[in-house]
Design a binder for this molecule. Sequence first.
Ligand SMILES: *Cc1c(COP(=O)(O)O)cnc(C)c1O
Length: 407
Amino acid sequence: MQSIHSKLIHGQSEIKTHGPMRPPIYQSAAFEFETAELLEESFRGQNKLPAYSRSANPTVSELESRLKILSTARNAICMSSGMAVVNSLVLGLCQQGDNIVVSPYLFGNTVSYFAKTILPFGIEVRFTDFSNLDDIANKVDEKTRLLFLETITNPQLQVVNFDTITKWANERGILTCIDNTLLTSYVFDARQHGFDLEVVSTSKYISGGGTSIGGALLFYETLKYEKNSKIRDYFEKYNQDALFYKLRREVYRNMGCCLSPESAWLQILGLETLSLRADKSMSNAQKVAEALSVNSRIVKVIYPGLPDNEYHNLAKKYFGDKHGCLVTFEMKGKKDCFEMMNKLKMIKRGTNLCDNKSLIIHPQSTIYCEYPDETLQMCGINDRMIRLSVGIEDINDIIDDLLNAIG
Ligand SMILES: *Cc1c(COP(=O)(O)O)cnc(C)c1O
């Protein structure tokens, strides 16, 4: 049995060509069929031949196949971005009057999507503290279609007790989805911990170094679709694969949120080195957190790999010795944060995460700049916070740059 490192490099390609070591980029909107019968079968979903790249493209299918190897998911659909995946998921599962129960500690645009974008469509989003099972239980009712949370939240870096939540939800037939972008299945195995669905923004680790935008939805075994009237007809036909086909043959296809074959190609390349880059950036992050936590100008360091972090035991239980590449720390106030950021020479000021380069941002004045104080409070954001996404540079260069800037 090959290890995950080898499987990600070689995939299980169904593309049969002689010659190239890399899968070709199928830069074509549509595909030619040998017979009218084959074309009909393709439209009816009776063969796997692609007809039009908005629905399926062989380069994108190759990325999907490799993501299935990584995650052991039953199905995967790659999309144009992580946000497209969140949107497809909600539109696939919910109709007017339904609700979803989500953590307030989420990626900034996901908060915006839940708090603003889908509200006028009559889908209610109930923000809930996922570290408290009673709180979840109080928010869930018969119209709840999904529980949605992230593996390590950003920038609070909260980790919750996943097994307790999924066990509770599984006993009640409620679907659960984890956004596993910050760790990927390489570090956190969502299936093993009872999740039905997984969102991953491939723009981050999987892109190979901030090369492209993309996202994937991964589907694990579950029979919970039976309870959802919106996809009951798909359940009768496709059973475990009800949501996959609902999206593939309808929502995803009709929204037009397909991934481009060039981006898929870059992300296939990125997957090949995922384990190397994740190991390096996460071990760098651990050392950065340790160095910052003994610096007197730093008020607070938040990193689940630090023994005194409130989530350390949960992080160790679920992620072993890998605790992500994000380090959040606090200085006295916004002015100190900006002064420090402006003195950095190697670390780049910018958004994005899990890049090869170390990236730094002040979340309150950027990602969260549109929100009123009460939302900032709900999301645990203050103006003293800095978020650092640690890259794969030499650890001494990263720490030197930070210490020089901190002064
Ligand atoms: C970046 C990110 C997203 C959104 O992904 P895009 O590809 O930027 O649309 C969602 N969740 C998390 C945790 C992210 O980091």
